[in-house]
Design a protein around this ligand. Structure first.
Ligand code: DAH
Length: 337
């Protein structure tokens, strides 16, 4: 009897081969272990056996069942693993393949100069302010002490959008806006941004350019503070060996007003001067219009052309280079901080 059962197991083993599909294996399981399966039908013989042989017979059948289940499951697992491996092979990514190379960019020289100025002034406790590029006549001119009939308006040949709005001709209107907002409180700000004038576009002029405004208002602000602040700024940007020179000038929004030159040593070793910005003590009219009592408060202000700084610092010979996005130009600023 044992042989009979063993031979059933062996017959199953003989039928197992690698070409069987999952369906074939399922069919084999039913053939052997199903309700009317080859092994299951052996169970009915148990009734014909003497009682003492029944447990042993039951044990054989059970062992055979486990063994058949084991063989079929094992073969099913082999098939499933094989299918999974094939799928993985099909879907494999070759991570050693060279990827797309992202070209690393560089900061624009005007951004570099802006950040450098911000570093210096933030270190002194200034805030960075901003204002709209499309500006009201009121802030761009009137509150900067340039009344509508003021002859100095000619310095600002402007792009008007409507009668009262224009592309700002300088960053100075940010002074007026900030004063208005500060309601008589002390101020220390810089305000970098784009500005526009009806200028020809050539090597030294552009209808769009950048400025950085500076404004400090407090009770005891003097011209000496202005000078020391600008000296520190020039040294921060151009190097500690530099010095500055102030020349009397005129701006409607400051009194007295100065133009500021920075020293440099030319190729013959001679000290020369180059103009970098305009500055002065805030005009009493500007303070009054901004809501500050000029008998109590004083201020200094300055306006720097950022292209000018970049041109001097990086020895650029044509202002148009800043705006044409020529990579041969821009790539030179990689890694410059
Ligand atoms: N706004 C002036 C210009 O565009 C520059 C300037 C000069 C700004 C003196 C100032 C200043 O704040 O005090 O030419």
């Amino acid at each position: 009897m044992k042989e009979k059962i063993d031979s059933i197991v062996t017959s199953l083993n003989d039928k197992i081969h690698p070409d069987l599909t999952l369906n074939d294996l399922e069919a084999l399981r039913v053939e052997y272990l199903g309700k009317n399966g080859i092994l299951t039908s052996q169970m009915s013989l148990i009734r014909t056996l003497p009682n003492e042989e029944k447990p042993k017979f039951g044990q054989w059948i059970n062992d055979a069942k486990l063994s058949i289940e084991h063989v079929i499951t094992e073969q099913k697992n082999i098939l499933l693993t094989k299918a999974m491996n094939e799928q993985l092979k099909k879907e494999t990514l070759d991570v050693t393949m060279p990827g797309l190379n992202f070209k690393k960019g560089s900061l624009h020289p005007l951004t570099l100069v802006t950040q450098d100025l911000e570093d210096y002034f933030i270190g002194l406790g200034y805030k960075v302010a901003e204002g709209p590029e499309l500006e009201l006549d009121k802030y761009n001119f009137e509150m900067m002490n340039l009344a509508s009939d003021h002859p100095a308006r000619e310095m600002h040949d402007s792009f008007y959008v409507t009668q009262n709005t224009l592309l700002r001709t300088h960053t100075s209107p940010i002074q007026a806006r900030y004063m208005e907002k500060s309601k008589g409180q002390p101020i220390a700000i810089i305000a970098p941004g784009k500005t526009y004038r009806r200028d020809p576009d050539d090597r030294t002029h552009s209808h769009q350019f950048m400025q950085c405004e500076g404004l400090v208002i407090d009770k005891n602000v003097t011209f000496a503070h202005l000078k020391e602040t600008l000296l520190g700024m020039a040294r921060h940007i151009f190097g500690e060996e530099r010095t500055i020179r102030l020349r009397p000038s005129y701006f409607p929004f400051t009194e007295p007003s100065v133009e500021v030159d920075v020293s440099y040593v030319d190729s013959d070793g001679k000290t020369e001067w180059i103009e970098v910005l305009g500055a002065g003590m805030v005009h009493p009219n500007v303070l009054t219009m901004g809501g500050y009592d000029p008998k109590v408060y004083r201020g200094f202000a300055f306006g720097i052309g950022l292209e000018r700084i970049a041109i001097l610092k990086y020895k650029i010979d044509d202002i148009r280079q800043f705006y044409t996005n020529d990579l041969r130009f821009l790539n030179q600023f990689k890694g410059v901080l």
